[in-house]
Design a protein around this ligand. Structure first.
Ligand code: ATP
Ligand code: ZN
Length: 223
């Protein structure tokens, strides 16, 4: 039996289309059955594992899959969370993928008196990225409370749950629509290709070594 290379990608969301398109452009062909977790490549001994983006860093760090394509925001959040809980947090960064660009930003209601980061002292900030937020607040000596929400972060101030938010922004339209103003960028992100930290079989590593120059070629052609 051949040793199949496993790659985790986001099942459905902002990274899915471009993750599939990149692999396809590298000559790795798939036919995806939407209902299935695993898609077998028809051109290579490669399996795609289609999961929530939040699960991708952990799958790579635990060595359950060989490669993962995931946003650096999620990757760094999971890494910090794992370090905080003494879990394995190692991985090998391979390539920045030049898609999925966004920023994690602090925003406050339009009518807020906010002038500088220090004004958040004693206030509550709602976010899906508590680790990234806490690191930023700590680095800047601000004592704000973090309110963890997995969704609808932008409605937290109106709902009376927090005085500020820390959320992903790409165009700013969602903030605007919710009466929020972006004040500070705390993390810039794009999708990244990562590999598990331990060494792979020769066959698998050879496939990755063949894939990387193709990715570089695809990116060069796009510039
Ligand atoms: P899943 O169901 O896989 O958990 P999700 O709802 O958490 O999906 P998406 O909204 O699909 O995630 O976003 C996936 C990633 O896309 C983000 O973590 C981020 O890296 C990137 N991204 C790019 N632009 C944006 C944006 N404007 N808002 C949110 N994420 C963005
Ligand atoms: Zn997610």
């Amino acid at each position: 039996m051949t040793d199949r290379l496993t790659i985790a990608i986001q099942k459905s969301g902002r990274l899915s289309k471009e993750s599939m398109a990149l692999l396809n452009a590298c000559g790795v062909k798939f036919s995806v059955n939407e209902a299935r977790l695993i898609a077998h490549s028809t051109s290579h001994p490669i399996d795609l594992l289609r999961v929530r983006d939040d699960d991708i860093p952990g799958l790579v760090m635990d060595g359950v899959v060989d490669l993962g394509l995931v946003g650096e925001n999620v990757l760094e959040e999971v890494r910090l969370e794992r370090i905080a809980t003494d879990s394995v947090a190692a991985y090998q960064p391979l390539r920045g993928l030049e898609f999925g660009q966004c920023r994690l930003s602090l925003a406050v209601p339009r009518e807020s008196q906010y002038q500088s980061l220090q004004d958040l002292d004693g206030l509550r900030v709602a976010t899906t990225y508590p680790q990234l937020l806490k690191r930023y607040l700590k680095d800047n000596g601000v004592n704000a409370r973090t309110v963890m929400l997995t969704g609808s972060v932008e409605v937290a101030p109106r709902a009376g749950l927090a005085e500020a938010i820390c959320d992903l922004v790409s165009t700013g339209a969602t903030l605007e629509a919710n009466g929020l103003v972006e004040k500070d960028v705390i993390f810039r992100s794009q999708a990244q290709l990562i590999q598990r930290a331990d060494s792979l079989s020769e066959e698998k590593q050879a496939m990755i070594d063949q894939l990387l120059p193709r990715i570089d070629g695809v990116q060069m052609a796009r510039e």
